[in-house]
Design a protein around this ligand. Structure first.
Ligand code: NAD
Ligand code: ZN
Length: 373
């Protein structure tokens, strides 16, 4: 691991994120939270920490994190925000800044995000902006946060005009994931993390896809060693892509596989409450439909992906009406438009993808319509 120092006695896997001066390690273990304080002291050299967590995760895990910090002499404060996407707002950020001033937070203090992707994005944004940036650590507790959102340094909040529209690239000092926390994660949220896992395998790693296919039951049963490997594979794939293109100028766009159409389910079909991973599953199926029709992806690979998503209890079709015009308009508003062209990630095979910008309205709306049962 170039340029990345790590603690020595960690009993799990460590994945490096190689970003020059901003490189950092991701620790992935099981039942390792009580060692967090030691790792914090090693990486942050701060005397005080502000733990930002949510109303579901805090009651479950902040005690163990606080005890671990106290055991190495770190002072801490805790800020708990309501669980859910609505906390990624300017209003909540503003209240957190107020608390930071109340606690006289200094530049040498560190923010600890304890929770899922919502807390990670929110706390990361606060850390990036308070006094022009204070240290930031992620303790992801959802599979999505461990496998996706805590890697790569995108932080941010939502605006009424769009999701994740206000934000900053800001890398943490380290990430510390304890797979054991997934035991309390609702099953549907586990599925959402698995959607991003399937995405990573589809765009970069056919062998990883085989592992997912062959171990579905053990994954759903939360076999700890297997999940450490799965989270590590996710982090390795995302870290490689981010290391090649931190600010999403080119390669990083492949991480948007399934997200272009997926986002329209989240934004247009609010009444059905699609969670991110569920929407991405539908988006991947629609993108594969386009790729099969173009003759660049085999029907067989497309069916394997659909089956794996269904086995992970993710939606693969919809029963309700699809407001195609509204979904098309939402697509045109999306960040993935470049110079008037919609950028799409299409698979050529499981493990290989291309970036396409020549898709037309007919091709895309047909693929969305094909999701109807
Ligand atoms: N920064 C990035 O690169 C990136 C990438 C993907 C997604 N995201 C963002 O991540 C967010 C989604 O993340 P998420 O799916 O983790 O959502 P989330 O943070 O809302 O967590 C999902 C739910 O699970 C609960 N939870 C989390 N861990 C738990 C645990 N161990 N036990 C019990 N309950 C637990 C949370 O309280 C919440 O109710 C979105 O806002 C999305 O925009 C960011
Ligand atoms: Zn995603």
């Amino acid at each position: 691991m170039k340029n990345i120092n790590t603690i020595e006695n960690f009993t799990g896997k460590i994945v490096p994120v190689e970003l020059g001066q901003r490189s950092y390690p991701i620790y992935i273990g099981s039942e390792t939270l009580d060692n967090f304080g030691q790792c914090f002291k090693f990486h942050c050299k701060s005397k005080r920490a502000i733990i930002i967590t949510d109303s579901n995760v805090g009651p479950l895990y902040d005690k163990i994190i606080k005890a671990s910090l106290a055991s190495v002499g770190i002072e801490f404060y805790t800020i708990t925000v309501p669980a859910g996407e609505n906390s990624k707002s300017l209003g909540v950020v503003s209240k957190i800044y107020d608390d930071f001033f109340k606690f006289t937070v200094e530049r040498s203090d560190a923010v600890i995000a304890l929770g899922g992707g919502v807390v990670g994005d929110l706390a990361g944004f606060v850390a990036a902006t308070f006094k022009r940036g204070i240290k930031f650590v992620q303790v992801p507790t959802s599979l999505l946060a461990m496998s996706d959102s805590s890697v790569g340094g995108k932080t941010g909040i939502n605006h009424p005009c769009g999701k994740n529209m206000i934000g900053a690239f800001y890398q943490p000092a380290f990430v510390y994931a304890d797979i054991n926390t997934l035991k309390t994660l609702p099953e549907m949220e586990l599925g959402c993390g698995l959607a991003e896992t399937v995405k990573h395998a589809c765009i970069r790693d056919a062998d990883f896809f085989d592992i997912l296919e062959q171990n579905q039951d053990a994954i759903i049963a939360l076999n700890q060693n297997l999940l450490i490997d799965i989270v590590a594979n996710n982090c390795r794939i995302k870290a490689e892509v981010v290391a090649a293109d931190e600010q999403e100028a080119s390669l990083r766009r492949i991480l948007n596989f399934g997200h272009t159409i997926g986002h329209t389910f989240e934004t247009v079909l609010k009444q059905y409450d699609y969670h991110h991973g569920q929407a991405v599953a539908l988006g991947m199926i629609a993108a594969n439909d386009i790729a099969v029709k173009r003759g660049i992806l085999s029907q067989e690979d497309s069916i394997r992906i659909k089956k794996l998503l269904a086995d992970f209890k993710l939606p693969i079709d919809v029963e309700h009406d699809l407001p195609i015009d509204d979904m098309w308009q939402a697509l045109l508003q999306d960040k993935k438009i470049e110079a008037g062209k919609i950028v799409f990630i299409l698979l050529q095979a499981i493990g290989q993808c291309i970036i396409a910008d020549d898709l037309g309205e007919k091709e895309i709306t047909e693929a969305i319509n094909a999701l109807h049962k």
